[in-house]
Design a protein around this ligand. Sequence first.
Ligand SMILES: *Cc1c(COP(=O)(O)O)cnc(C)c1O
Length: 380
Amino acid sequence: MSFREIPLMKLNEGTVLFHPYVSKNSFKNVKKVLAGRWIGQGPLVDKFELKFKTMFAKKNHCLATGSGTDALHLSYILSGLKKGDEVIAPLFTCTATNIPFLYMGVKIKFADIDPQTMNISVESVKKLITKKTKAVICMHYGGLPCDLDELHELTKKYKIPLIEDAAHALGATYKGKPIGSISDFTMFSFQAIKHITTADGGMLCMKNKKMIKKAKRIRWFGIDREKKQKATWENDIFEIGYKYQMTDLGASVGLEGLKDFKKILNHRKNIFNIYLEKLSNNKNIICVNKDDGKRTHAAWLFTIISKKKDFIQKKLREKRIETNQVHFRNDKYSIFKKFVKGKKYPNMDYVENKYLAIPVHHKVSFNKAKYIADLINKIV
Ligand SMILES: *Cc1c(COP(=O)(O)O)cnc(C)c1O
């Protein structure tokens, strides 16, 4: 019997893989927002951007969006990518990283993974990069930062931007600097199950101050909204914009998440470390991690790699512990087929059916994490 034949669990039945974090204060804040003048994009969005900047972006500038995917699409537009341009992007990531390229007619060259971290392989990027490459995108899988020094060395040489998909990596650091403060563009997601949430939402951190005005226009149809509100707008739209803003309703929830962020991150790290300690000696399991003193993990996912993945998943499901592969190699999807004909990704081939994410979130107690780890050690 495969794990798929065991019925999925009902809510509150066991340990789910993800659970949104919503602070108690958010309930009264949402009420207050709903009673006020601004429920869409208003002053709370500005406040959220500022607080986020102080915590994660430092000298970089922040723009809140309606989703992480919006922020990624915006960063691709601001990078000047056009139809027919070529980019190097991760093969293993959420489809959100790569789908906006399809909106734009940008050609994707997928890079293989580093089998130790499941992040983009620098070696693979080196093989793919040419004078035609217009940007490199990396994604910090599970919350472990990519090899940013090596990637920057390449993008600087070719004078192209490095764009970080940091949806998993809120609170992670690279050589002491917070993710969000380092590259030309960094994107975060506040989708329901990320570290902190605005129900749906995203943030784009950018280095170039001159881009903020344009970014704000493109976020709102192409209109200078500030001027429009002051009735000094020239009534012309000269570039195609979108409707990519965050709402005050969402920002009110996100602001509470930022207040509690230290607590959220610490709990996740503690759960992560319990798993690491208990599972890293198991010869049938590899824990996806890299501890080289350069980077700290944001502990969004804890991923194990095992030849017995299906068996582990089945046994955990019997005990009502939810697990999942979460993201899949993007070359599997028909929409990306045209970019991968005849291409080989040996590292991805190797881990494809072996990786599995186990629960790491605020509802998992230390005792539950110990129980899950002990259970896995009994299974394999
Ligand atoms: C969640 C996520 C996104 C963005 O998702 P949205 O749902 O648009 O906020 C992008 N990349 C990765 C890797 C993600 O996990």
